[in-house]
Design a protein around this ligand. Structure first.
Ligand code: HEC
Ligand code: HEC
Ligand code: HEC
Ligand code: HEC
Length: 351
């Protein structure tokens, strides 16, 4: 955690680059070291590793109310409905998969799987661990108050407990970059073959506020009232979501190989996200946000430009993580007018 905060400081210090040549060299060196650190540790795609999945019924033993909310979402029902849908069977057929629930690419995004007899076995739709990561190594750590009664655990012990859970892979609400990146890794559908050959939709019209504050919302643990995110947090979600949209779309364009639906749609996504980010940068005066806009401006949206685009995407990711580390969104009131109204939220939030 302190590392991430350092990263923010380094980035914010950029303005003093030209004052002191030694500091400049040091800052660049530190920046690079942290860049590598973040690149390796900070940007994993979680989408539960099957070997670590314990399954949603384990989580809902304690998180009962959350389980009920989840059961009313598309993430839950896709397990049963998608393989039965004509459209699903057609996509699978075009991709050459005999069975959607066995050995197919569909498992990546529509299901949560465990390993059984060396094979992936889907046990649920998109579930707790698709978003919070496979719980095997952290489930005890996060819930056992350092082996004490809740009241007896000191603040230091609680911090150490959470640090340990994070080190074991748990994705927590406060880690907005990690969880949001995860939403986008499914919702942009970054798979050229699946789109061009399978005819799968080239992604959702995903926006983080609208898509997280409707049916998916489950703020039911620390409060019982499923409150929406605060105004500040919504600002932060909007900005972080648009930055990750950019990052993901630039990477997707970079990986495209033919000028067909996938490349065209992903370039359109990137281009729109870039324009939205220029608007954000005009409305919010923060160095990391200006830097994302500047990086995006340099991106050439064309085929065979993968190396350059992935470098720009990586640099945007570093800035986005700094945004999450350095701000809580109260500094971003300028985006208020851009936020989706509550009637645009996807699905109804549970009461
Ligand atoms: C044995 C009961 C128990 C089980 C099983 C359990 N949890 Fe928890 N969970 C807790 C407790 C207790 C807390 C709050 C700890 C605290 O207040 O410090 C918590 C908190 C959380 C949080 C909030 C973390 C934060 O940063 O505040 C998340 C997310 C979470 N659990 C997810 C899960 C998932 C996913 C599973 C299944 C893989 C799971 N839990 C299984 C008891 C449990
Ligand atoms: C990279 C992630 C990803 C992969 C891999 C993937 N899907 Fe999807 N799929 C999605 C997302 C996200 C949606 C929701 C799109 C939207 O918002 O309209 C979706 C929607 C669908 C839908 C329409 C809604 C529904 O559930 O009936 C069908 C059908 C479907 N996918 C079938 C498949 C099949 C079959 C495969 C495997 C060949 C597959 N998908 C692989 C991410 C993926
Ligand atoms: C689609 C992804 C997704 C799924 C599926 C999901 N969560 Fe979450 N969960 C999140 C996100 C994102 C947050 C933080 C939202 C925020 O910060 O506003 C969160 C927050 C939480 C919290 C803290 C809530 C609070 O009161 O502050 C708990 C506990 C939790 N999840 C447990 C679970 C359990 C248990 C399941 C399965 C029954 C589950 N989650 C399924 C994404 C998901
Ligand atoms: C493992 C892949 C995956 C992850 C991670 C994921 N989703 Fe989804 N999501 C899907 C798929 C697939 C569907 C389509 C299911 C269907 O319609 O049958 C979907 C559907 C939805 C829907 C319903 C859309 C509608 O048409 O009504 C919402 C809202 C949503 N996701 C929000 C989120 C949010 C917010 C996150 C991150 C916190 C997230 N998702 C993370 C795969 C994923």
């Amino acid at each position: 955690m302190t590392k991430t905060i350092n990263l923010g400081t380094v980035i914010m210090n950029r303005t003093c680059f030209f004052e002191n040549p030694l500091r400049r060299v040091l800052t660049i060196a530190m920046g690079l070291a942290l860049y590598v650190f973040v690149g390796v540790v900070g940007t994993p795609v979680a989408r539960a590793d099957a070997a670590n999945v314990v399954g949603p019924t384990k989580c809902t033993e304690c998180h009962k109310a959350t389980g009920a909310v989840w059961e009313a979402t598309h993430h839950f029902s896709t397990f049963r409905d998608m393989p039965r849908a004509k459209e699903g069977r057609e996509i699978a057929k075009k991709m050459g998969f005999k069975r959607i629930k066995a050995g197919s690419l569909c498992l990546d995004c529509h299901f949560t799987s465990v390993v059984e007899a060396d094979k992936l076995k889907p046990i649920a739709g998109i579930s707790c661990e698709s978003c919070h990561s496979g719980g095997k190594d952290w489930i005890k750590v996060h819930s056992e108050f350092s082996g004490k009664k809740k009241e007896a655990e000191t603040a230091d012990e609680a911090n150490a407990r959470w640090a340990m859970a994070e080190a074991k892979g748990m994705i927590r609400p406060k880690e907005m970059y990690r969880w949001a990146k995860n939403c986008y890794s499914c919702h942009t559908v970054p798979n050229e073959k699946l789109v061009n050959m399978g005819g799968h939709t080239p992604g959702s019209p995903f926006e983080l506020v609208a898509w997280s504050q409707g049916e998916v919302r489950h703020n039911l643990w620390y409060t019982k009232t499923n409150d929406p995110a605060s105004d500040s947090r919504k600002n932060l979600m909007y900005v972080v979501g648009q930055a990750i949209e950019l990052e993901t779309a630039l990477n997707a364009v970079g990986k495209a190989t033919e000028k067909k639906t996938y490349a065209i749609k992903m370039a359109g996504r990137a281009s729109k996200a870039r324009k939205r980010f220029y608007k954000i940068a005009a409305a919010v005066d923060l160095p990391e946000i200006k830097e994302v806009a500047k990086l995006a401006k340099g991106a050439k949206l064309k085929l065979n430009n993968g190396a350059s685009l992935s470098k720009i995407a990586e640099a945007i990711a570093v800035q986005t993580q700094a945004i999450v580390a350095n701000y809580d969104g109260s500094q971003m009131a300028g985006v208020k007018a851009m936020l989706p109204a509550a009637d645009k939220y996807m699905g109804k939030a549970a009461q």
